[in-house]
Design a protein around this ligand. Structure first.
Ligand code: FPP
Length: 257
């Protein structure tokens, strides 16, 4: 079955996550296995991101948030960091009109301060592009860290003189104006959050795949969405479904969350 057919079959409209978050991991290993420099992996990774965006629009995902560069990624070799920054600049120049044509608007989250002026200007231009009709919002986390996000929110709330509660602090977090992610996909075989959206992922369903990011395609996305569609989301409550009689793992139907 081709990737296209698989996606049509597996994802019913009501079961498609509204908001998908993605940790795009495995570029370096993908390149190293091919005896290529790690930066080649990032270039192919940019193509995989194009496929992800197209696939999400086709599936009816409304919000997509991707982790492009973490607060910790500055610790990589200087050549890799500058190659990544150059790739972001090129991608912004090339993709912004293409995204708008697909009905996708762009927003960035993260600390822009250490980014160079050219980059910040392109980011601002991309964010102000008019997209009509709007089909999906793409959020790119760039120099982002979940802990940084919590601290910037706490500082902003403090500066506004707001009494701290989960609700009041939540209003200052990045992406506070959109639903929290329903599904987090992480490629590359690692099973961790890596300081991504720590606050926003509280009740998100996680999907891990061994697929290295540059190999990510519509079929991988369809598998993740089909897996999500089978999950029972309880948000801390007990299951609505009666426990299967004789379930050895939960004989009294007491399992929660
Ligand atoms: C993680 O793989 C990937 C990154 C740190 C960079 C993500 C960037 C892209 C996918 C490029 C395209 C992005 C945009 C916004 C145009 P890794 O290098 O940690 O892989 P490894 O775990 O195999 O070393």
């Amino acid at each position: 079955m081709s990737g296209k057919n698989a996606s049509r079959k597996t994802a019913q409209p009501a079961l498609v996550p509204r908001h998908v978050a993605v940790v795009m991991d495995g570029n370096g290993r993908w390149a190293t296995r091919r005896l290529l420099p790690r930066t080649a992996g990032h270039k192919f990774g940019a193509d995989a991101l194009t496929r992800l965006v197209r696939g999400c629009v086709q599936q009816g995902v409304q919000y997509l948030t991707v982790f492009a560069f973490s607060s910790e990624n500055w610790k990589r070799p200087a050549e890799e960091v500058s190659a990544l920054m150059e790739l972001f600049v090129q991608a912004l120049q090339r993709e912004t009109p293409e995204l708008a044509a697909q009905g996708v608007c762009l927003r960035f989250l993260g600390d822009r301060e250490p980014l160079n002026a050219r980059m910040r200007e392109l980011m601002a231009q991309a964010e102000s592009a008019v997209v009509e009709p709007l089909r999906m919002r793409l959020n790119v986390a760039l120099n982002y860290g979940g802990r940084w996000d919590i601290v910037q929110a706490a500082r902003a709330a403090q500066a506004a003189g707001v009494e701290l509660t989960e609700q009041s602090l939540g209003r200052y977090m990045c992406l506070a104006d959109i639903p929290e992610p329903d599904l987090l996909i992480r490629t590359g075989g690692e099973h961790r959050v890596s300081n991504f959206l720590l606050w926003q992922l509280a009740y998100t369903e996680f999907y891990f795949t061994e697929t290295l990011w540059p190999d990510f395609d519509e079929q991988t996305l369809a598998h993740a969405i089909a897996d999500f569609a089978r999950r029972e989301r309880r948000f801390g409550r007990v299951s609505d479904k009666p426990a299967a009689s004789g379930d050895p793992a939960d004989p009294a139907g007491l399992r929660v969350a």
